[in-house]
Design a binder for this molecule. Structure first.
Ligand SMILES: [Fe+2]
Length: 383
């Protein structure tokens, strides 16, 4: 097993990424597993080459071996549970592989008469329909698109965020380039291959904060909504995929199904990884309350104004949403991209179907532990 850090172009400021060769995910020794875990924490996103023949059962086994104490189920629970409370996320059909029900098939286009036991399925991947201001049909057909939704893979209610997501490219679109436009007045855009996932590092994002902002982030925490993706199911995304339009479309809390206060997730704003690095890891679209402490000795200010919560987070997160910080390294068929889901944000990017079918197998496992910040936060807060 050889780990080679990715050399980014001179126009890039990306700090993450490595390629791994000489590893067969159908047959991973305990030593290689430990090295893979370490490399994923260190490089945050690893591309494990040549996994064309990965058995979905072994794919799932990999994520369970990386967190053996965790409940043996996908980060979002079973497909049935996901459909019931997934809200915004479950508006598209995401089938599971029959032989390994925790492996999800995601992609775009017709997946064949029989794909690992899934018969005649056409995938409708993450699309720009999520945006309030998507590109026009003509512009999209000409190859203009947007980042779909910057996120971490996390239910943010009941279950813990998966440490890792392992995404195998069974088939990538064949050809061409597309243009991702910010469409937010900044004029920013980048040219990429269709069907790729975009990433940025939230460790690097933390480093972009001022010392004062770092102290505020270190000492503050957020409370996520109950069934957060159901709470925002009627909301629409901003054009650059980061955050939501503030239109007051969130469900009123009394409209939500009965929820258990013990399952509400309260996490520090900053998550410290096993190597001691700090990541600004706040999933802004799902936050319902923010608890601000500018210094260790300040009084806690509770913020419940959703617009204000989102504005503060955007003023920080928008700094890294620049082409030089975004990693979209081309992926080949057979690559498994595995990322440290506690220190990166990622987004799909929709593309016109004429570029070809996309077939991905996705696995992640709700973690056995909770994110830990640089400063302890109260165990339970208001609900
Ligand atoms: Fe994701």
């Amino acid at each position: 097993m050889v780990v080679t850090p990715i050399k980014h172009g001179a126009d890039k400021k990306c700090t993450m990424g490595a390629t791994i060769t000489g590893l067969d995910l159908n047959d991973v020794s305990n030593e290689d597993l430990a090295a893979l875990r370490e490399a994923t924490h260190r490089y945050q996103l690893v591309m494990i080459k040549g996994q064309h023949d990965l058995d979905p059962v072994k794919h799932w086994e990999l994520v369970t071996r990386l967190d053996p104490e965790a409940p043996n189920v996908h980060g979002h629970g079973t497909v049935q549970q996901f459909k019931k409370v997934g809200g915004l996320l479950s508006q598209r059909d995401v089938p599971c592989i029959p032989s390994a029900p925790n492996i999800r098939l995601i992609g775009k286009g017709y997946q064949g008469d029989d794909h690992y036991g899934i018969k005649g399925f056409t995938a409708h991947g993450p699309s720009n329909d999520y945006h309030r201001y998507p590109p026009s049909a003509e512009s999209f057909a000409a190859g203009n698109t947007q980042f779909q939704r910057w996120h971490i893979d996390a239910p943010l209610y009941e279950r813990e965020p998966p440490h890792f997501t392992a995404l195998r490219a069974v088939k990538c679109p064949d050809q061409g380039d597309i243009q991702v436009n910010w469409d937010d007045g900044s004029g920013l855009s980048m040219t990429v291959k269709p069907g790729q996932t975009a990433f940025f590092s939230t460790i690097q994002l933390y480093d972009l904060l001022s010392d004062e902002e770092k102290m505020l982030a270190d000492n503050s925490w957020v409370e996520y909504a109950p069934f957060p993706y159901m709470w925002i199911e009627k909301c629409k995304g901003r054009p650059n995929g980061l955050g939501l339009e503030n239109e007051g479309l969130e469900h009123k809390i009394e409209e939500m199904p009965e929820w258990d206060p013990a399952k509400i997730k309260t996490y520090p704003m900053v998550w410290v990884n096993p190597l001691g690095k700090k990541a600004l890891q706040v999933h802004g679209i799902a936050v319902r309350k923010m608890f601000l402490k500018p210094t260790p000795t300040s009084e806690v200010e509770v913020v419940e104004d959703i617009t204000r919560i989102r504005q503060l987070l955007l003023s920080w997160q928008d700094r890294i949403l620049r082409p030089e910080y975004i990693m979209m390294t081309p992926v080949e068929n057979g690559d498994v991209q595995m990322w440290d889901n506690w220190s990166v944000f990622h987004s799909a990017v929709d593309y016109p179907e004429k570029y070809g079918t996309r077939t991905m197998h996705q696995a992640n496992l709700g973690a056995s532990d909770s994110p830990v910040g640089p400063v302890p936060i109260p165990v339970s807060v208001t609900s």
